[in-house]
Write a protein that binds this ligand. Structure first.
Ligand code: SF4
Length: 328
C-alpha cells in the first residue's frame, strides 16, 4: 500500500478507490503505525493538534418501540437499564453546565424512541433556549426520525446540530433494524440539512458487517457531507440481540477503520464514540492521530472514561483541548 498516495488523494479532495479502501482495512498489523502517521497528516492539515470533547446525556431512556438490534433501549432488548421519560429542564440544564465544567465544546442530548412527539419538541425547544442563555456550548440533539417542520422548530430555538446515524451500509441495514429503514434515516438527515442544522451522522462497526459495508457506510457519510462523524464500536450489551457480536474487533482493527474514515472524510470532525474504552483499551491515545474528537464520562447506557483521564491523555499526546466557545 502506498501511503503517500492515499494522503495525496485525500488532501486533494479525491476519493480512494475501493481497492485502496480494502487495503487500509486489511493493513498488516505491523504497519499500523505507518498508517496512523499517514492519517495524521490529513487530520493535521484540517485540525492541527486540536481535540475536542463532548458530553452526552441520555435525556429519555428505554421503552423504545423500535428494534435496533445493537441497542439496549429497544423493544427487543432485555438489558437491565433505567427507564424514564424526558428529564426536566432543570436537570438537563444542570447537565449542560456540568459539561461546560468538564471542558466540553459541545453538549449532546439523546432521547430514546422512533422520533419526538409534538410536546417533546416544545419541551426540547425550551430546554435548548435555556442552555443557550447560560452557556456558549454548541448543542446537539439525537432524537430519532424527524417529521416535516420539526427540524425548523429546533433550529429556531437555537439548536446547532442534529445527530442521526446512518449506522451501517444500506445493504446491511435490514440485518440491524426492521422497524425503520435506511431511507428513513437518510430522509431525516436531509431534513436537518435543509433546515440549516449541522449534521452529525456516523455508524456502528462490529455488528457482523463486511469490509464492503464499512466502505459503503463511510462513502455514504462523505456523500451526505456530515460535519461530524461519530464511529461507534459495538459494545455487546447482554440482553440485546447483538450481545454475541463484535468478535471481529480488536484495537488495531478499530484504528484501521478510523484511518479509513479520515482518508474518506478528510476535513470532517471524526469522533471515537461508543466502545472506545471497551475495544481500543490501551491503544486509545493512538485513535486521536486519526480522529479529533471523543466523548467523555459515558454513553447512552454504558459508562466511559472520566474527563480528567481524557484531559491527561490529550495533554500526554501533546494535543490541545478545544473548549466551549472556541471555533478552531
Ligand atoms: S437506537 Fe434509538 S430508535 Fe433504535 S432502539 Fe435504540 S432508542 Fe430506539
Amino acid at each position: 500500500m502506498r501511503l503517500n498516495e492515499l494522503v495525496k488523494i485525500s488532501l486533494e479532495g479525491g476519493i480512494l478507490s475501493r481497492e485502496q479502501c480494502r487495503q487500509v482495512l486489511n493493513c498488516p498489523d505491523g504497519e499500523v503505525l505507518a498508517l496512523l502517521d499517514a492519517a495524521h497528516k490529513v487530520r493535521h492539515r484540517y485540525f492541527g493538534n486540536v481535540v475536542h470533547i463532548q458530553v452526552l446525556t441520555n435525556a429519555k431512556s428505554g421503552l423504545c418501540p423500535e428494534d435496533c438490534h445493537y441497542c439496549s433501549q429497544s423493544r427487543v432488548s432485555t438489558a437491565e437499564i433505567e427507564h424514564y421519560p424526558l428529564l426536566s429542564k432543570d436537570k438537563i440544564v444542570e447537565e449542560a453546565l456540568r459539561a461546560k465544567q468538564l471542558k466540553a465544546k459541545r453538549y449532546c442530548m439523546a432521547l430514546s424512541g422512533r422520533g419526538p412527539s409534538k410536546s417533546e419538541i416544545e419541551k426540547l425547544c425550551d430546554i435548548i433556549r435555556a442552555i443557550k442563555k447560560q452557556t456558549q456550548l454548541s448543542v446537539c440533539l439525537s432524537v430519532g426520525v424527524l417529521e416535516e417542520g420539526q427540524a425548523e422548530q429546533l433550529k429556531a430555538a437555537g439548536l446547532d446540530r442534529v445527530n442521526h446515524n446512518l449506522n451501517t451500509s444500506e445493504r446491511f441495514y435490514p440485518q440491524i433494524c426492521t422497524t425503520h429503514t435506511y431511507q428513513d434515516r437518510l430522509q431525516t438527515v436531509t431534513r436537518c440539512r435543509a433546515a440549516g442544522l449541522e449534521v452529525c451522522s456516523g455508524g456502528i462497526v462490529g455488528q457482523g458487517e463486511t469490509d464492503e459495508d464499512i466502505i459503503d457506510l463511510l462513502m455514504a457519510l462523505r456523500a451526505v457531507e456530515a460535519e461530524s462523524i461519530p464511529l461507534n464500536f459495538l459494545v455487546p450489551i447482554k440482553g440485546t440481540p447483538f450481545q454475541d457480536r463484535s468478535q471481529g474487533l480488536n484495537p488495531r482493527r478499530c484504528l484501521k477503520i478510523l484511518c479509513l474514515a479520515r482518508f474518506l472524510n478528510p476535513d470532517r470532525e471524526i469522533r471515537v464514540a461508543g466502545g472506545r474504552e471497551y475495544h481500543l483499551r490501551s491503544l486509545q491515545p493512538l485513535s486521536l492521530y486519526a480522529a479529533n474528537s471523543i466523548f467523555v464520562t459515558g454513553y447512552l447506557t454504558t459508562g466511559g472514561q472520566p474527563a480528567d483521564e481524557a484531559w491527561q491523555m490529550i495533554a500526554d499526546l501533546g494535543f490541545e483541548l478545544e473548549v466551549e466557545g472556541m471555533s478552531k
